[in-house]
Write a protein that binds this ligand. Structure first.
Ligand code: E4P
Length: 226
């Protein structure tokens, strides 16, 4: 499963990229707005830090405007994936730009049937928002599983990108059900490295090493140089 970071914060992306396991980044207008910097500067900087798909979202609501924005955004960098909302106009726009080879991530998907529309329009990725579905009493990961199953049934090439991830359990579920990608907020990404047994085990290994004595650790015995 590919791991994307779901943020527009450059410091967070730079730090996560150091691990060498980051496959891409997703942004949205809210995440960009939080940074308080020019949209294209942020996107360019992200592209310079991560060599993988970088989602940048259109803000037009009509198909014609979305198509124009998509062409412009795709011209910024070869790794740009144009994020388009799952509206009727959005699907129309994706049908046009996917024919031109522009990569798209259809966002704000909340049902398996919406995901079918995105796949038929030639979307590169579909983003079901698991956490926001959970928030209103649905099972967000169940929707993701249904999309994975439908795409497998018909061999759709569109990748399933589990979005609106709120916990490591969401990431685990996405991996188990075969989502192609999970886009993960920094807080959850950082928590995935941690396990109390790893910390406890490492502390014990190091303490044992410290107490083992020179015969084990190979240190030069005191007085050997005399
Ligand atoms: C996806 O690409 C979106 O940016 C994101 O996952 C939305 O998550 P939220 O529901 O936590 O805002």
């Amino acid at each position: 499963m590919k791991i994307f970071l779901d943020t527009a914060n450059i410091d967070e992306i730079r730090e996560a990229a150091k691990t060498g396991i980051l496959d891409g980044v997703t942004t949205n207008p809210s995440l960009i707005a939080k940074e308080g910097r020019a949209f294209e500067d942020v996107i360019n900087e992200i592209c310079s830090l991560v060599d993988g798909p970088i989602s940048a979202e259109v803000v037009s609501t009509e198909a014609e405007g979305m198509v124009a924005e998509a062409r412009h955004l795709a011209g910024i960098h070869e790794n740009i994936v144009v994020k388009v909302p799952l509206t009727r106009d959005g699907i129309e726009a994706v049908s046009v730009v996917s024919q031109e080879g522009i990569q798209t991530n259809v966002t704000l998907c909340f049902s398996p049937l919406q995901a079918v529309l995105a796949a038929k329009a030639g979307a590169t990725m579909i983003s079901p928002f698991a956490g926001r579905l959970d928030d209103i009493g649905h099972d967000g990961m169940e929707i993701c599983a249904e999309i994975v199953e439908i795409y497998e049934n018909y061999g759709y090439a569109t990748e399933v990108l589990a979005a609106s991830i709120r916990s490591p359990k969401h990431v685990l579920d996405a991996a188990l059900m075969g989502c192609d990608i999970a886009t993960i907020p920094t807080r959850v990404f950082n928590s995935m490295f941690k396990h109390p047994l790893t910390d406890r085990g490492l502390a014990a290994f190091l303490a044992d090493w410290e107490n083992a004595g020179d015969a084990v650790t190979g240190a030069v015995p005191a007085g050997a140089a005399d």
